[in-house]
Design a protein around this ligand. Structure first.
Ligand code: ATP
Ligand code: MG
Length: 365
């Protein structure tokens, strides 16, 4: 029986249980969501990128789902933090801790108890991350007991995961709208030809809703409330009367300081989101403007593909189609595309080699 193993010793962090019998693994280190994809087991983890720890001793109390539930509700000595902000590593020690905790979680009780094997990791990073950030992610991956780690730019992984034919000499365009960043890229022959990364995505949408509600209604609402309204009744545009939904929103009245409930409609959210939506549309147009003409012609034929949770905002695809005149589709697996793509990329290393960054040479330089 052919085990997907690699017979090399292990050097996990002191005091930590090493990963055992591990297959190669793809990671989407998202601002909002952390996903792990194994080529043999498929999508094996999908949890919020949150870690909870004690304020004074920094002792980690929980990670993922459990830590997320603590946000805004923790006793004063426990804080819940997101180690990745705006699509980049804000805290490498915590990011490392999060990676190793999640990896251990998916390996728990594996049949490799008798083996001592380290996996190869393929980690998706936003295009435009700095060298310092790249090294931080690679170090985090290696220190969390990977044998070798590769970085792949998120839009390339998204394109692979969404099933685009990236290996061909044909242009494909992907717009990945996550929580912290929007990555727009044109891909051909296994590499990114032109791209742009904006720090405007789902979280900025939430903040725009918070600002709108404060300005219009003098009401203070929290991040999670804003996100809930966005998902429930939000849209990038209104196309017909039936698009208009309403929801009750609770917050604190800024005039009197007491709780208050108001009703918002989709029209409010479209207005609140118009500025960040516009910024993303402009980003797509800028990338199209610098795309070589042959590739533009391919993109017109094949359409723009949207991925990431932010692409699920109603009618966002239509807004981009109207602004560019190019057909736009939302990938079926929009929120998992990057993770699936990182996993698939592990099988395409020779093709992608010029687009990947490997810990083997990058950390030694
Ligand atoms: N149905 C929906 N409508 C609008 N927004 C949504 C919907 N579902 C999820 N989102 C938003 O998608 C964002 C998360 O997307 P995703 O999981 O792709 O981000 P991420 O990969 O963690 O972030 P990044 O790629 O920026 O690091 C959140 O802001 C979330 O509110
Ligand atoms: Mg993402």
């Amino acid at each position: 029986m052919g085990f997907p193993v690699d017979w090399i010793g292990d050097t996990a962090l002191e005091g930590e249980r090493p990963l055992r019998f591990s297959e190669d693994i793809g990671i989407d280190l998202g601002t909002a969501t952390f996903l792990i994809y194994s080529k043999h087991r498929g999508l094996i983890l999908q949890e919020p990128s949150v870690i909870a720890m004690t304020r004074d001793t920094k002792e980690v109390k929980a990670v993922g789902e459990e830590a997320y539930r603590m946000i805004g509700r923790t006793p004063s000595n426990i804080i819940a933090v997101r180690p990745i902000k705006d699509g980049v590593i804000a805290d490498d020690a915590l990011t490392e801790k999060m990676i190793s905790m999640f990896l251990r979680k998916v390996n728990a009780g594996g049949i490799g108890r008798f083996f001592n094997i380290r996996p190869q990791l393929m980690v998706g990073v936003p295009s435009g991350v700095t060298d310092v950030e790249k090294r931080a992610v690679l170090r985090a991956a290696i220190n969390s007991s990977a044998k070798r780690a590769f970085l792949i730019e998120e839009p390339l992984a998204a394109a692979i995961g969404a099933g685009l034919a990236i290996a061909e000499p044909v242009g494909s365009m992907v717009v990945d709208i996550g929580g912290g960043s929007t990555d727009i890229a044109v891909i051909s022959l296994g590499g990114i030809v032109v791209s742009e990364s904006l720090r405007v995505a789902g979280n900025e949408f939430d903040e725009a809703i918070i600002r709108y509600v404060r300005r219009k209604e003098n009401l203070m609402i929290g991040d999670r409330t804003a996100e809930e309204i966005k998902v429930k009744i939000g849209a990038a545009a209104i196309q017909s009367k039936s698009d208009i939904l309403t929801a009750e929103v609770r917050g604190r009245d800024l005039m009197v300081g007491l709780p208050k409930t108001i009703r918002l409609s989709t029209e409010d959210i479209v207005e609140a989101l118009s500025d960040p939506v516009y910024k993303i549309v402009e980003g797509v147009k800028r990338v199209l403007e610098i795309t070589p003409p042959e590739l533009i012609s391919d993109i017109i034929d094949r359409g723009i593909v949207m991925t990431g949770g932010g692409s699920l905002l109603r009618h966002f695809a239509n807004v981009i189609r109207e602004a560019t005149g190019i057909p736009v589709v939302v990938a079926e697996n929009a929120t998992e595309a990057v993770a699936i793509g990182t996993g698939m990329a592990l099988e395409m290393i020779p093709l992608l080699k010029d687009s990947l960054i490997s810990s083997d040479n990058y950390l030694r330089r």
